[in-house]
Design a protein around this ligand. Structure first.
Ligand code: PLP
Ligand code: TYF
Length: 398
């Protein structure tokens, strides 16, 4: 039977990562895959994570199953982190939640729930969005459509176009997938003022927010980065959000994430909690535990939490320092607009106005790796190669 199937192309970003790895040029710069790298170019294990692992190694008594929706302590501490301990919805009983296999597993779980509740709903995603949103959500059978978001001329968000498009095309009960912060692939986020306008707009039109938060703390800080999500949870009767612990804890391969579903009332939340367990059972039975145990230990221990926060601040400051350096290096004739965008954008990514051919030239002629769409992961650079990256970029753009 397997001869009936054709092969499929590999994930483009993973393929780019392999291609860069195989490149023998010593001055290569990997601005491809979205993982945080330190100044030495390694993807480090955070000290708080290592310390938590050592404690777990000494204290863990059993590897028995935890359950389909994972650890209660993980879910509670993550919700407190993301929403803030004084959030009005936190103690309301309106939130159902589940641990998941990464942010990706949480997205799939959430989409599967939406598909069960509202199979005719459309999920609106930004142009562009993280490429994996399409298969993760689309494979449930839900329909996906695009709303305008990033303007490649202004290198910013087309907020008025976004609202006008949703106003004209989305129907009540549709979902709008929003990036909580550090938009992937563009780095262009909604301002607080835009979130303030978006939330009442969505409420008036009966649109349900579905927020993907994968980079909390890597943009401007936890409070700032969580602004839109906290507002949505406070002001919308129903919403969903996913949280990934891959980037801000460096727990990529451990696969740890959270899905939260904010319901109209506590009775509904009880029903949805049972559904989340049932859906997870159809997908993977139970989520992996190790990463969730680490996160729970860190967030539940004052010293470890401070250690983690300090490291997260170091990571964010490194990224923002590199943004500043790149911006300064690009701030010459012809590069001014990109220079401004690079410091206005948030998180690891920026989307540069390079064509596919230019991205290929940067790869082939300069050993600088970025996606064909012009997305760079700024954390892949360092202070010594930034001037070369800026020069190469300006040369292919001229
Ligand atoms: N959402 C976005 C926008 C991402 O960039 C990522 C990153 O990999 C994820 C979700 C989920 O990542 P993971 O499944 O590794 O937690
Ligand atoms: O966008 C990125 O680079 C990260 C990592 O299939 C990633 O989100 C890339 C591709 C993929 C899974 C994760």
């Amino acid at each position: 039977m397997f001869d009936r199937l054709d092969s499929l192309p590999p994930d483009a970003i993973m393929a780019l990562m392999q291609q860069c790895k195989a490149d023998t040029r010593t001055d290569k710069v990997d601005l491809g895959v979205g993982v945080y790298k330190d100044a030495a170019g390694t993807v480090p294990i955070m000290r708080a994570v290592k310390t938590a692992e050592e404690i777990i190694f000494g204290e863990e008594k059993t590897k028995t199953y935890v359950g389909t929706t994972g650890r209660v302590g993980f879910r509670e501490t993550m919700l407190e982190l993301v929403l803030g301990t004084d959030h009005p919805v936190l103690g309301s009983g309106r939130i159902a939640s589940s641990q998941a296999a990464g942010g990706s597993g949480a997205l799939r779980l959430g989409a599967q729930l939406v598909q069960a509740a509202a199979p005719d709903a459309t999920v609106w995603v930004s142009t562009p969005t993280w490429a994996n949103h399409i298969p993760l959500i689309g494979s449930t059978g839900l329909k996906l459509q695009n709303y305008p978001y990033y303007n490649r001329d202004t290198l910013g968000v087309d907020f008025d176009d976004m609202l006008a498009h949703l106003d004209a095309n989305a129907k009540p009960g549709d979902l709008v997938l929003l990036h909580g912060c550090c938009h992937n692939p563009t780095g262009a986020d909604l301002s607080h003022a835009e979130w303030d306008r978006l939330v009442p707009f969505m409420n008036e039109r009966g649109l349900v927010p579905f927020i993907d938060l994968a980079y909390l703390g890597l943009g401007r800080g936890i409070e700032d980065d969580g602004y839109g999500l906290r507002l949505v949870v406070r002001d919308c009767a129903e919403s969903l959000f996913t949280v990934s612990a891959s980037k801000n804890y460096g727990l990529y391969k451990e696969r740890v994430g959270l899905l939260a579903v904010v319901c109209n009332n506590p009775d509904e939340a009880v029903v949805i909690q049972s559904r989340l367990g049932a859906i997870q059972r159809t997908l993977i039975s139970m989520p992996p535990d190790h990463g969730a145990q680490i996160v729970e230990r860190i967030l539940g221990n004052g010293d470890l939490k401070r250690m983690w926060m300090d490291e997260l601040t170091e990571m964010r400051e490194r990224i923002n320092g590199l943004r500043q350096l790149l911006s300064e290096a690009l701030n010459v004739q012809g590069g001014e607009a990109i220079a401004r965008a690079v410091v206005a954008q948030n998180g690891m990514f920026s989307m540069l106005p390079v064509t596919k051919d230019q991205a290929i030239r940067l790869r082939e002629d300069h050993a600088i790796y970025m996606t064909n769409s012009g997305r760079i992961n700024i954390a892949g650079a360092n202070a010594s190669n930034i001037p070369g990256v800026a020069d190469a970029l300006l040369s292919v753009l001229s």
